[in-house]
Every structure is written in C-alpha cells, then in structure tokens.
Design a protein around this ligand. Structure first.
Ligand SMILES: [Zn+2]
Length: 301
C-alpha cells in the first residue's frame, strides 16, 4: 500500500517536472526584445529573433522560415506602434497561429506599454513615412525599458503560471541590476547634456529625451525618406550657424549620407550600435547602453 502511494507521488512528481520543463516558445521581432525576454525568462524560454542589428526592422522579407517560427510561437514580442507594419501582419496571417494575433495574450507590443514620443497631431502621409502611432524605437530610454520589462514579466507569468516564482525572481534580479546601471549611466553621461547631434533616422529620440541631447537635424528630409543633395546643403548651412558634435547612424543604415555631411561640415560621423549585436561586445542590453555612451562621450570635446 505504502509502495503504491509513493509510486503515485513519484508519478505526480514526474508530471510536475514534465510541466515545468516545457519551455515557452518566444518569437521576438528585434534583438533588443529577444535579449529582454532571455533576461526575464532564462531557462524557461526558447527565443528566436526575426531581425539582426544589421537589418532594418522597418522592412524585412517575410521569409517562409519566419512564418514557420511564428506558427510555433507561444508569444510574439515586438516593438509594435507600426514599426513592423510592413512585414509582421503578413507573417501572422500566413502562420495561422491564432494564439499570437493582435489582441491575444500571445502578442505583446513593447511600445504600447509606455508613453510614446512623436505621436503626430494630424496624420498626413505627405510628411513622409511617419510612425502614425508615435515613435516605436523605445528601447534606448532605460526608464521606459524597465516598465516594459515589468509588463513583459507579467505576460510570461500569465502564459506560464506554474513558473511564477522563477519569473518573479528573475525580474527582481534584472530590476536591481538595471537600476544600479542607470545610476551609473546617468552619472557618466552628464557631459552629453545639451550636446547637439545630427541623426540619420528618428531611432534616437528616446535616448536623447533621457539624456537631454539636442537633435540638431536629421539626414532624412522626412521620416523614412532618403536624403538628397538639397537637404544636405540645408543641413550644412544650419550647422554652420549652430554646429553639432556628431552625425550618428547605425549599422542597418548606409553610412554614405553621414559621411557626405561629415565631409561638408567637418563634424565627425559616428556609428552607434542601436541594438544588441550592433557592435563588438554588445551582447545584451547592459553592454548596449555601455557602448552607446562610451562612443558618444568620445566625441564630446
Ligand atoms: Zn523608425
């Protein structure tokens, strides 16, 4: 009798172990979110990522291999706010996985968790390829990032309640390391306050908002549109009157326009990592911020 009882207990135990080893399958649209998911989910999640730091997340090819990954996913973690509007809806339609459709618990938009900058007062497509729901490039403000982490951690718990303690402890650990890092970043970034910087695209608005860096112009005459000789001439004139310390771009953008303006003005063109994988040693969100600040501080006189 006793033996049967322990056998039953053993089998129940096996069942529980089985349940807790079934990992959540997560499909992240961009490397920064894959990195955050990994930090929060650890051994309980398997993460695939749709884009690398070398691909423009506004426009990628919705390849069959990506459709297959969305089909298998328990959760999609994407920027949203229309960043992926050119390819993600197509992947979701083709994958036939109802769990991860907009509005379902298996679809998580990071930009929806925070207050967004640059929401147009009036939508006018003649303004360029504007982000109609506001700027979706939210990951370079550490305060917004922590809010996103909190909501994402709760979503993991909703999807996998048997591992609540695991997700809570990882979130607490991430939070304390992140808050400590933010203190340090704010201290070392002090000289960047008020610095004027030219950008390629509006990918840096949240970073600038956090550190009070001033956007001195954009290589894109309108969001999403390529630069032109006329626009560069205007920028050159404006920078003559009020100079800037750098012209920044990232790996997924061609350095041509930044280099051209640099030749015209003598202002240094500077590549920044933008996301995880965008530079040597940029392997997670912490090193992404470290490296971004390090490179920006180098150009401050
Ligand atoms: Zn954009």
């Amino acid at each position: 009798m006793k033996r049967t009882y322990s056998l039953v207990l053993f089998l129940i135990g096996m069942g529980l172990t089985q349940a807790s080893v079934a990992k959540l399958n997560i499909f992240a649209c961009e490397p920064e979110w894959a990195s955050l998911v990994q930090a929060l989910g650890g051994s309980q999640v398997t993460t695939t990522v749709a884009t690398t730091a070398h691909q423009d997340p506004h426009r990628i090819e919705p390849r069959p291999s990506l459709i297959a990954k969305v089909r298998r996913a328990d959760l999609l973690v994407c920027s949203g706010a229309e960043l992926e509007i050119g390819w993600l809806p197509m992947l979701q339609r083709q994958a036939g996985n109802r769990k991860v459709l907009p509005g379902r618990v298996g679809y998580f938009e990071t930009a929806q968790q925070v207050e967004r900058l640059g929401i147009p007062e009036k939508l006018d497509r003649s303004m360029g390829d504007v982000h109609a729901s506001g700027n979706p490039h939210v990951h370079l403000d550490p305060h917004r990032l922590l809010k996103i982490a909190s909501a994402l951690s709760e979503r993991l718990i909703t999807l996998d309640p048997s591992n609540t303690a695991h997700y809570r402890s990882r979130f607490d650990d991430f939070t304390s390391r992140w808050q400590q890092a933010v203190q340090q970043w704010q201290r070392i970034a002090e000289p960047l306050k008020g610095a004027r910087v030219v950008v390629h695209h509006q990918d840096w608005d949240y970073l600038f908002d956090w550190l009070q860096i001033v956007k001195a112009g954009s290589l894109e005459p309108k969001p999403g549109l390529p630069t032109s000789a006329g626009h560069l001439a205007k920028l050159r004139q404006a920078l003559k009157e009020e100079p800037a310390v750098a012209i920044i771009y990232t790996h997924y953008q061609s350095p041509k326009a930044a280099n051209r303006l640099s030749q015209l003005t003598g202002i240094v063109a500077l590549e920044l990592p933008y996301t995880v994988g965008g530079g040597e040693g940029v392997t997670d969100l912490f090193s992404l911020y470290d490296e971004t600040l390090k490179r920006l501080l180098k150009v401050i006189p």
